[in-house]
Design a protein around this ligand. Structure first.
Ligand SMILES: Nc1ncnc2c1ncn2[C@@H]1O[C@H](COP(=O)(O)OP(=O)(O)OP(=O)(O)O)[C@@H](O)[C@H]1O
Length: 221
């Protein structure tokens, strides 16, 4: 589903954020991405989302070489990818429902379909009773689940999460990871960047480790 073939990324001022990175993630995989701060985790995810382009090498998503996707193809590409951030990036002046509905409203869905899909997504993350709540009245773990509901509301085939448990205690972090496992069970490809080695090594999924832009573990030999 996601394939990196000797991918390098050099930023304009000459810093090599990724060096010759190669790996394959299959459709039914849940994979963790780890490494020190600045190792290149966010850069790798940005390339998958086409927020940035590789300097060398090939990135393929669902068989499509992203170098062949032009500017106009980017929104269509991103519709297949749900993204979860550490700091949720919620709209704090809007209730939970509106936050989750946002991608559908932007996508031009009619209001009945929006309602149906938002409730289905909130149900999956266990927040159906909170649709009218304001984000600030929710706990950190609940806010993160709103972020996950928003990421899955368009039914993406790929879910990317950048430090999704960064602000949460161990118990809530484990709960959030279980949610990602649930989505993976129903066929969503999941890639999670995390510093939390203690947590991710317990979960027995493949771990890709970056060190100074190089993949040092979990990739292709
Ligand atoms: N837009 C940019 N322009 C120039 N350099 C960048 C840019 N984005 C990231 N970098 C650099 O590339 C390297 C990799 O950054 P990246 O954010 O991918 O690391 P990371 O592993 O996600 O780190 P963290 O865990 O701290 O988020 C860092 O040295 C960073 O300073």
């Amino acid at each position: 589903m996601i394939s990196f073939q000797r991918v390098s990324k050099r930023y304009a001022e000459g810093h090599d954020a990724l060096r010759e990175v190669s790996f394959d993630i299959a459709k039914d995989d849940l994979v963790f991405l780890t490494g020190h701060s600045g190792a290149g985790k966010s850069t790798l995810m940005r390339l998958i989302m086409l927020m940035d382009r590789a300097t060398r090498g090939k990135v393929l998503v669902d068989g499509v070489d992203l170098a062949t996707v032009g500017k106009r193809g980017i929104p269509g590409h991103r519709r297949n990818i749900g993204v979860v951030f550490q700091n949720h990036q919620l709209l704090f002046d809007r209730p939970v429902f509106d936050n989750v509905a946002l991608p559908l409203v932007i996508g031009g869905y009619d209001y009945r379909e929006v309602g149906r899909r938002v409730r289905a997504a909130l149900d999956k993350v266990g927040l159906l009773s909170k649709e009218r709540a304001m984000p600030l009245t929710l706990s950190g773990g609940e806010q993160q689940r709103v972020g996950i509901a928003r990421a899955v509301v368009c039914r993406p085939r790929i879910l990317l999460a950048d430090e999704p448990t960064g602000n949460l205690d161990p118990e809530l972090s484990a709960e959030i990871m279980r949610l990602f496992e649930d989505f993976n069970q129903v066929g969503v490809t999941v890639l999670i960047a995390s510093h939390d080695l203690a947590l991710i090594s317990r979960l027995r999924h493949r771990i890709l480790t970056l060190k100074e832009g190089r993949l040092v573990n979990g990739g292709v030999a």
